[in-house]
Design a protein around this ligand. Structure first.
Ligand SMILES: *Cc1c(COP(=O)(O)O)cnc(C)c1O
Length: 620
């Protein structure tokens, strides 16, 4: 499951490079005849303006109005990329690479990767109106299935209504085929598999159902440290549970180097014991760290809390345990670990092992609560961590009682993943305690795939909802949950158990998480080509980019970001607009994305047909 490092790709041939200009040979000619980058810049600007005007005057014919719109967008992107001012912001010149490479400069050609070539191949196709984007991937599938597109200007009334309805049923057939690739934990087959796994584990641990369904037993028996590795080894020896030597060694290396690893027995039973990394790909990747991650974390063992504090939390904490980035809400972190550790955790620089030391002590917690009491701007308090449901009911009650006295606080939100990692934590007592809180109380949880949604999750959610507590989901759209319609399958499963999709996060570009990254373009594509096929009440999540220090911002479109450069390795460079835009002056944030080509290669490795993703290049 390792991703090829970029240096392993071969140097691009000059001919391959020249080929990309075939939709717009004029661009190649300008690069050829220009004596300098500056000359090329001026001439390309003139050319683009003329091309734009020809389009706007209707002198260029397009197969479809959408392809015409895309051509205008692509011209804008190209102008952005060749703009001198954007070069200043990006810190380098994309145009210089294009110009040098066109002149056959070997150094430039050596540096340029396939990802760069592909970006420009598609950009030039789009600018010339030949992208065929309007058909999308679904349109192509429909044509393959022999479905005829109906011209609704030719038929009317009931006839049109029936034709459209029949056509939409065909669309659903394709959608259903994709969704069915992702088994849900509510499927009978999976429920039976898990029942068997539970029995195997109960026998292995020498316990009864009663202990299994008791969260205290689950918490006490979290697989962690060297003991956890030993248990996984033993389990492999005496049961049908499969795990590779490689995985065991990586986990062992992680725990020996103080990198937190934690896995609840409950979550372990979600694994497919006999077929690793097929149906349970996302579940295993949730907790088993890839080698690269472990290496990077070891490299930065000493300065981890600086190197990996990607969100700049050190600079947004007015007092210990509190993080404030917004006007009316701040975070309090009363427990700095979780029963289960997510490999891609953005707080990986601070999470500790799951034990008593992760509780900072009442003195600190009370001081942090005092801070909330003193700030009447705080209308909501987000209690997270770590996982606050690691704390006892008593501790939770104590915090809530204190917050109940703060008149300005309207609501409390808990950020917890126990609903997924140890759903038995949601006892009747806890649900009633939370339900008895007189202010608004909600929970945001973190379900990554429909495979994690089980009858146990459904029961935990039901207990909370009968106590008037709403549960929202924060989904991290990482590489192993980002396939076609995978997020759609998740949204449907969430809806079945009563969890409301809230955020779909772009997995931030933290280098130790390289194997989990997904380009922004894939999120944008998912929203448009997949989520859009669901009813509005199912697609309530917003795509979000977390701007370091500043806070979360939407990833909707050009009102939130601008593509300003393409690195020779194919990474897009964006200017991200923070949420404060239009509220007070603030700096934009320059961000380098993961190359689309690298992402597509990794999808191919997990068996995807990347032809089905090819419109991704047209999401800027
Ligand atoms: C995410 C986050 C919140 C909550 O933001 P919402 O948009 O209300 O979900 C609050 N404070 C901090 C520091 C956060 O990172």
């Amino acid at each position: 499951m390792t991703i090829k490092s970029m240096t392993e790709y071969e140097t691009i041939s000059y001919k391959t490079f020249l080929d990309i200009f075939s939709p717009l040979p004029e661009i190649g000619e300008i690069l050829e005849e220009s004596e300098s980058v500056e000359e090329a810049r001026e001439k390309l600007f003139e050319f683009c303006k003329e091309l734009e005007w020809e389009i706007r005057m209707g002198r260029i014919k397009f197969d479809n109005e959408v392809d015409r719109w895309l051509a205008l967008k692509a011209i804008e992107v190209f102008l952005n990329i060749i703009s001198k001012d954007n070069e200043r912001l990006a810190g380098f010149s994309t145009l210089e690479y294009l110009w040098k490479a066109y002149k056959g400069d070997e150094e430039a050609l050596k540096e340029i990767r396939e990802g760069f070539i592909e970006e420009f191949r598609h950009l030039f196709l789009a600018m010339s109106g030949k992208a065929d984007y309007s058909l999308g991937f679904l349109g192509k599938r429909l044509l393959e299935e022999g479905v005829k597109f109906i011209d609704f200007s030719k038929i009317k009334g009931r006839e049109a209504g029936i034709a459209r309805s029949n056509f939409l049923d065909k669309v659903y057939e394709i959608m259903r085929e994709y969704i069915s690739r992702y088994p849900s934990g509510l499927d009978k087959r999976i429920i039976l598999k898990r029942k068997k796994n539970r029995e195997i584990l109960e026998e292995f641990f020498g316990i009864t159902d009663e202990e299994w369904f008791n969260y205290k037993w689950q918490f006490k028996n979290v697989l962690r440290g060297l003991k956890g590795v030993k248990i996984l080894r033993e389990l492999r020896e005496v049961t049908n549970f499969k795990i590779s030597d490689e995985d065991l060694e990586i986990i062992e290396k992680a725990v020996k180097n103080g990198i937190p690893f934690g896995l609840t027995p409950y979550y372990l039973h979600l694994f497919d014991f006999e077929n690793p990394y097929v149906e349970d790909l996302a579940v295993r990747r949730q907790v088993i760290p890839p080698e690269w991650y472990v290496e990077k974390m070891i490299e930065h063992k000493e300065d981890r809390n600086i190197a990996f504090d990607f969100m700049g939390e050190h600079d947004t904490s007015p007092i210990d345990l509190v993080t404030r980035r917004y006007v009316t809400i701040a975070i309090i972190k009363p427990y700095e670990s979780c029963p289960q550790i997510c490999v891609y955790c953005q707080r990986n620089w601070m999470v500790q092992d799951f034990d008593a030391k992760a509780f900072p002590g009442w003195e600190k917690v009370e001081k942090a609560l005092d801070w909330f009491a003193e700030h009447d701007s705080m209308i909501e308090i987000l209690i997270t961590g770590g996982d606050p449901f690691s704390l006892s009911d008593k501790a939770i009650e104590k915090m809530l009682n204190r917050i109940a006295e703060m008149n300005h606080v309207v609501g409390v939100r808990f950020g917890t993943r126990t609903i997924v990692t140890a759903p038995m934590r949601i006892t009747d007592e806890l649900a009633e305690l939370l339900g008895s809180f007189e202010k608004s109380l909600m929970i945001s949880t973190h379900v990554e795939s429909c495979y994690e949604i089980t009858p146990e999750v459904a029961e935990a959610v039901k207990k909370l909802r009968t106590n008037n507590i709403y549960i929202y989901n924060q989904h991290v759209f990482h590489r192993y949950v980002s396939r076609r319609f995978e997020n759609v399958a998740l949204r449907i499963a969430l809806k079945k158990v009563g969890i409301i999709p809230y955020y779909t996060f772009y997995p931030k570009g933290k280098m130790e998480h390289k194997d989990y990254l997904v380009p922004i373009a894939r999120l944008a594509q998912e929203v448009k080509e997949e989520a859009r096929l669901l009813p509005g009440s199912f697609r309530t999540d917003e795509p979000i980019f977390n701007v370091p220090r500043m806070g979360k911002n939407h990833l909707r479109a050009w009102q939130d970001r601008e593509l300003i450069a393409i690195k020779p390795n194919g990474s897009r460079v964006y200017l991200m607009h923070p949420w404060e835009k239009g509220i007070y002056p603030t700096k934009l944030y320059t961000y380098e994305d993961v190359p689309i080509k690298e992402y597509l290669d990794s999808l191919k490795e997990i068996g995807e047909n990347i032809e089905e993703y090819k419109t991704i290049w047209y999401y800027y």
